[in-house]
Write a protein that binds this ligand. Structure first.
Ligand code: FE2
Length: 375
């Protein structure tokens, strides 16, 4: 692994300045029920709605939010069109990773001029709260990157959405704060092409990389490179399968998602023990590593603030590098297709992605793959 984090693009040379992730939009089979799941299980609050009642005829969308994390769950109201097609092919999945910018027209111009495929030219959306400018380009598979310019907007989310006021009786917050990174799975031999896309088209830099020596188990192998934007607020690891004895977790994903797409979204917390305890109580299922993982934890990672017995009880993993340590845990896939899952992460100095946990973690994933008959 190489740590390249200290190379920071200065503001003057960053042709695509990003303020952070604006929202993630999922295309799903039933947005009303998906929204309930994210509210009751992940503790997000229903904040805004768009659908027939607000004048949108072809779709319904629910915006759920926890601190800075915003998910939009969108469903088609008819069998025709891109939403229904997306759900038929991929199952429920991420359609758009929307990035918050100060200038959506410039973001579109600078990326398309460097080779991005334009999907939505800069468009102005207005209502009584002001205006939002939106553009979008294609990323891997059917995934888009939207550019959202909201500096002249004071509404709750976007024009067309109606705020849902008052307490959300379903929401049970768990302390999730912001999106730390979002990982894309791409096809065989495609990782470097997409690394090139993020470098050349979006101005990102290589942050860390892992090869199959870091992350192969008996059966599974993958390669991964982490791309980061100039200010480090947006990080996109890209995985591709590597040859192993049996079908890797990335291949299983590609088969069931029918192509490249978002594999996992990592959400940060300041209190991983509290957050994971609540998530478990609310029905979220996590991968488990063997209890022997904890036998030599302090030997491997040094002194940590958290009681090891509580980490072991919850299945939380720890990894240390020269800057500090980090704690992480992964959910099982949140759909019936073994595609999207979530990571909960707490950073205590470390900017790593948990390389020391890959082996134990991937063996846990393979046990689940075996149960599904996909190994
Ligand atoms: Fe991750």
């Amino acid at each position: 692994m190489q740590q390249l984090a200290d190379q920071v693009v200065s503001a003057s040379t960053d042709f695509l300045p990003l303020n952070g992730t604006d929202y993630v939009e999922f295309y799903v089979g039933n947005a009303r029920q998906a929204a309930y799941y994210y509210r009751a299980a992940f503790g997000m609050k229903l904040v805004a709605y768009r659908g027939p009642e607000t004048g949108t005829r072809d779709r319904a969308s629910y915006l759920v939010q926890q601190d800075k994390i915003r998910f939009v769950l969108t469903t088609a109201l008819s069998p025709d069109g891109e939403i229904a097609d997306h759900v038929k092919l991929h199952g429920d999945g991420v359609h758009e990773i929307a990035l918050w910018v100060d200038d959506a027209a410039s973001a579109y111009r600078e990326t398309t001029k460097r080779g991005a495929r334009g999907v939505l030219e800069p468009t102005v959306h207005k209502d009584e709260h002001g205006e939002v400018r939106i553009s979008a380009i294609a990323a891997y598979g059917d995934t888009l990157h939207g550019f959202i310019e909201r500096k002249n907007y004071r509404g709750v989310f976007l024009p067309g959405f109606r705020a849902v006021d008052g307490d959300d009786p379903v929401s049970r917050p768990v302390g999730l704060k912001y999106i730390d990174h979002m990982v894309g799975n791409v096809g065989w031999g495609q990782m470097n092409a997409w690394v090139g896309f993020y470098r050349d088209v979006m101005g990102f830099q290589l942050y860390q990389h892992f090869d199959d020596k870091d992350i192969s188990t008996e059966y599974s192998a993958l390669m991964s490179k982490v791309m980061s934007n100039g200010n480090g607020r947006v990080k996109f690891p890209i995985n591709e399968p590597a040859t192993g004895k049996r079908k890797s977790q990335i291949e299983e994903y590609l088969e069931f998602y029918h192509g490249p797409g978002v594999q996992h979204i990592a959400m940060a917390t300041d209190d991983i023990i509290g957050t994971v305890s609540k998530l478990r109580a609310q029905g979220i299922e996590f991968l488990r590593v063997p209890t022997t993982y904890y036998d030599d934890l302090v030997e491997r990672c040094g002194k940590i603030d958290e009681p090891v017995d509580q980490l072991a009880d919850l299945g939380i993993l720890v990894d240390r590098d020269d800057e500090g340590y980090m704690l992480q845990i992964f959910t099982k896939p949140v759909e019936d297709r073994p595609t999207l899952f979530y990571e909960v992460i707490q950073r205590k100095g470390s900017r790593s992605f948990g390389k020391g946990n890959f082996k134990a973690l991937f063996e846990a994933i393979e046990r689940e793959q075996g149960l599904r008959g996909n190994l």
